[in-house]
Design a protein around this ligand. Structure first.
Ligand SMILES: Cc1cc2nc3c(=O)[nH]c(=O)nc-3n(C[C@H](O)[C@H](O)[C@H](O)COP(=O)(O)O)c2cc1C
Length: 331
């Protein structure tokens, strides 16, 4: 029996239950494309501003680009005004045709929280309900929400926030099992996934501390304790390692562990960079890819020297040279 299963999210059924989380600065079309190659079932864009989108900002539109091999993707929006969120959802549905649209209720960044968006919404479940309702009424696509445990240790309210989202029409919930106060540190509280799943009539996806195929297996019921969530979202665990999807897929299907060779990793990084050049200006692609290159070099022989080279890359030629050095280091 496989633990890799499709999930029904309202009118949409996913290919499976392994997702790429929305991750600002990482989950763009180029990275989502290499993740799709590696077996990711559904990838989320990074959070996109509903305000910027409805103002027609070009900078925002690049975040919504879709890769050629991405038959479906999910778009995440942030904002705090139900009417603006509804207009943004409408725009996205019409022009980019995602499988679903997700509401961000988890971003801890002060600039975002100050405007009542992101994790500030955890303090106001009624607003979550109004936003989801406005988005649901505006588009014919499933609306989902990504929440945290609560604002801080003293105000854990994910059950209330999840119920509010569902009562507004949300067809699935993702729980990042940390509080806003925790940011990205400390252990995610895995027991919260099953509590939320038991309380809601919609699928719950797990986020937080998913760094290995075994982490995903446990959440999906491979530890014999029953599934805690219907699907899992990799975030920091997939940076520089899209093959975490390939390995997880095999583990969930009970197949032997696939051998990911250094050459496969290098080929993924090369493709990732080549696609970045397609989606961004040459300069921003080169600057932005430095951090990606460093992530790919985790555990690579001669990584320290290669990293020093990567962070100095300014042009595509510099990257060509960098990739050649990497190839020599691993062959
Ligand atoms: C750099 C960074 C950017 C992120 N951007 C977003 C975002 O745009 N939207 C969102 O819902 N979550 C965002 N997250 C949170 C992740 O989706 C995920 O919930 C979190 O990292 C917990 O998973 P992990 O512990 O396995 O990394 C971000 C996380 C990081 C580290």
């Amino acid at each position: 029996m496989t633990l890799h299963t499709p999930i029904r999210i309202g009118s949409y059924t996913t290919k499976g239950n392994l997702f790429l989380a929305p991750v600002a600065g990482y989950s763009d079309a180029a990275f989502r494309s290499v993740c799709a190659d590696a077996g990711c079932d559904l990838a989320f864009t990074e959070m996109v501003s509903s305000e910027a989108l409805t103002r027609g900002s070009d900078k925002t539109e690049v975040l919504l680009e879709r890769a050629e091999n991405e038959s479906e993707y999910a778009v995440q929006l942030f904002g705090s005004d139900p009417a603006t969120m509804a207009r943004a959802a409408e725009l996205v549905a019409r022009r980019w045709k995602p499988a679903l649209i997700d509401l961000n209720c988890g971003c801890p960044v002060p600039k975002i929280v100050k405007t009542g968006s992101g994790s500030a919404l955890m303090k106001d479940p009624k607003r979550i309900e109004s936003i989801v309702r406005a988005m649901t009424e505006a588009v014919g696509l499933p609306i989902t929400a990504k929440i945290r445990l609560g604002w801080d240790e003293e105000s854990i309210n994910y059950l209330e926030a999840g119920a509010a989202a569902v009562s507004g029409g949300a067809q699935a919930l993702t729980l990042h099992a940390r509080t806003r106060a925790q940011g990205y540190a400390g252990r995610a509280d895995r027991s919260a996934f099953s509590r939320l799943a038991a309380a809601l009539p919609v699928p719950v996806f797990a986020s937080g501390d998913l760094f290995s195929p075994e982490d995903a297996l446990d959440i999906l019921g491979g530890d014999g304790k029953g599934p805690r969530a219907a699907g899992v979202m990799f975030a920091r665990g997939v940076m520089g390692d899209p093959f975490i999807f390939t390995r997880t897929l095999a583990l969930l299907r009970g197949e032997p562990e696939p051998q990911i060779t250094p050459a496969m990793k290098l080929a993924a990084a090369r493709k990732h960079f080549a696609l970045s050049l397609r989606f961004y200006s040459e300069h921003s692609a080169c600057v932005e890819f430095r951090k990606q290159a460093c992530s790919y070099l985790k555990g690579v022989r001669g990584g320290a020297e290669l990293r020093a080279r990567a962070v100095a890359c300014v042009t595509p030629d510099d990257y060509e040279e960098f990739f050649l050095r990497w190839e020599q280091a691993v062959s």
